[in-house]
Design a protein around this ligand. Structure first.
Ligand SMILES: [Zn+2]
Length: 155
């Protein structure tokens, strides 16, 4: 029996957290599916095909910083698909991977060094660091605000 795939749009909170990092790309078009297609090489946490993002079971965590950073990585690939068109993106991706393999790299390194992956990881890291910083700053801002409120009340 064929297992039915869940497909959903990004929740509104995830869209508002991630949209600033993708100013020219409407995140409402993204669809999430659970499970990685069988034809994908290796064992990635996520895989993008056009506007569809496939995530390993349990990797979809749109309410954690880590989960949002992973989504940002895959959204970067969705944007690459749009920028080049599906077939050209795939061809250029495979060409870069093949070139790396021929130069002697093992699968993991060859994949790691594909320029599309370097670009996606840069966005992933930026999202992680920015959201993490917001998390540590938010309680401090609350303290500052309630502090000034206290001063106001005392006056
Ligand atoms: Zn990637």
């Amino acid at each position: 029996m064929k297992r039915e795939r869940i497909e959903c749009a990004l929740p509104p909170d995830a869209i508002s957290a991630l949209q600033p990092f993708f100013p020219a790309f409407d995140l409402a078009r993204i669809r999430i599916r659970e499970g990685i297609p069988r034809y994908v090489i290796g064992d990635p946490l996520g895989y993008a095909d056009g506007d569809v993002i496939y995530l390993q079971r349990g990797a979809y965590q749109p309410d954690t910083t880590q989960g949002l950073a992973l989504l940002a990585h895959e959204i970067a690939h969705c944007q690459q698909y749009e920028r080049l068109g599906k077939w050209r993106f795939r061809a250029e991706y495979l060409r870069a991977y093949g070139r790396n393999r021929r130069s002697g790299m093992a699968h993991d390194a060859a994949y790691w060094q594909v320029p599309f992956e370097i670009e996606a990881r840069a966005i992933e890291d930026l999202v992680f660091e920015t959201l993490q910083e917001q998390l540590t700053l938010a309680p401090q801002l609350v303290m500052i605000n309630s502090g000034s409120l206290k001063l106001y009340e005392d006056a």
